[in-house]
Design a protein around this ligand. Structure first.
Ligand SMILES: CC(C)(COP(=O)(O)OP(=O)(O)OC[C@H]1O[C@@H](n2cnc3c(N)ncnc32)[C@H](O)[C@@H]1OP(=O)(O)O)[C@@H](O)C(=O)NCCC(=O)NCCS
Length: 311
């Protein structure tokens, strides 16, 4: 038997806290509307995608007790790269001092789960990779129209990183996964080069709940586990009402759900690793616990996985 284990994690949030009151002061919105319709109280703006990724990645590598050069696979999930060319993972690879391969992966808010599944498959493929760093990092404030109340209050910046190490004696990390996409829905959430995000909020909401619940139920079934056996559900942090609809339909109570949305807003591919790290730091995870990840995003993409924490 062989598999990957999670040995380190880290996060990075820009220093600048932006409260709902700041939007209330200059847009036709209120703190009450934002909290009731989204669950978001504040978010962070600032930094660069590579800078936040380096900070989160360095913390994860330090926790794993590794030298950066021991990382031989770096996958950066992002939908807000610093430049068109080269991939932002090139900057992160150089600044951290990693070895081996690095690439960006863009499946929007499903990016971290996609990247985790890809990293685990590459570590297990016997093609030479031993230690992977998976980072979700975003600077969505750059592509958000701050005059558009329907999106400005939602999206924000941040990064989360996780180190995976392949071990010959470990159990499989991923019990089941489901990666998917419906490209016919790309017009409900997109951003042209040099422009701002355009979103049909209500339609995204509806599709997101349906896609993630179906996907999560599929991986639970494939893994042969019930919702009761999930120690921690880590959903994409887009809207508290979407999370509520998911937990209700999956039958997972809020005390077994990781939520950071109230303080971070929607950080796209960074949201799941930030929520995971916060739960781990709070001592909410023990060796052998089963975690359910479920994310959705522009594309429309979705991704779910049942993952074993620790040994
Ligand atoms: C965006 C979202 C919060 C809007 O909430 P909603 O309850 O669906 O609201 P609606 O879109 O139906 O809009 C209702 C009204 O609120 C208004 N509204 C939108 N944003 C507002 C804000 N910040 N403050 C006050 N009113 C707002 C709308 O303009 C609309 O007004 P109208 O009826 O006069 O046209 C919600 O649809 C949502 O979260 N969708 C998913 C978005 C998402 O997760 N995207 C990322 C995917 S990874």
């Amino acid at each position: 038997m062989s598999g990957s284990v999670i040995t380190g994690w880290g996060t990075a949030l820009p220093e600048k806290v932006v409260t709902n009151a700041e939007f209330e002061a200059r847009l036709e919105t209120t703190d009450t509307w934002i909290v009731e319709r989204t669950g978001i109280h504040e978010r962070r703006f600032g930094g660069t995608t590579s800078g936040l990724a380096v900070e989160a990645g360095a913390a994860a590598i330090t926790m794993a007790g590794l030298a950066p050069s021991e990382i031989d696979l770096l996958i950066l999930a992002t939908t807000t790269p610093d430049k068109a060319i080269p991939a932002t993972s090139s900057t992160v690879h150089a600044q951290l001092g990693c070895s081996g391969a690095a690439f960006d992966l863009n499946t929007a808010c499903a990016g971290y789960v996609y990247a985790t599944v890809v990293a685990d498959a590459m570590l297990g493929a016997g093609i030479g990779f031993k230690r992977a760093l998976v980072i979700g990092s975003e600077t969505l404030s750059v592509i958000t129209d701050m005059e558009d109340r329907a999106t400005a209050v939602l999206f924000a910046d941040g990064a989360g990183a996780v180190v995976f190490e392949h071990r010959d004696d470990a159990q499989p990390l991923i019990l089941a996964s489901d990666l998917g996409l419906d490209g016919s829905l790309l017009s409900i959430l997109y951003c042209d080069h040099g422009g701002f995000m355009k979103m049909e909020g209500r339609e995204v909401f509806r599709r997101a709940v349906r896609a993630t619940v179906e996907s999560a139920l599929k991986v639970l079934d494939q893994a042969g586990v019930t919702a009761d056996e999930i120690a921690l559900f880590v959903p994409h942090q887009a809207n508290q009402r979407i999370i509520d609809a998911m937990t209700q339909r999956l039958g997972i109570p809020q005390d077994r759900t990781a939520i950071v949305l109230d303080k971070t807003g929607n950080t796209s591919s960074a949201s799941i690793p930030i929520a995971l790290a916060a739960a781990a730091d709070a001592g909410r995870l023990s060796d052998g616990d089963l975690i359910l990840f479920s994310g959705f995003g522009a594309g429309m993409t979705w991704a779910s996985a049942v993952v074993r924490w620790g040994q």
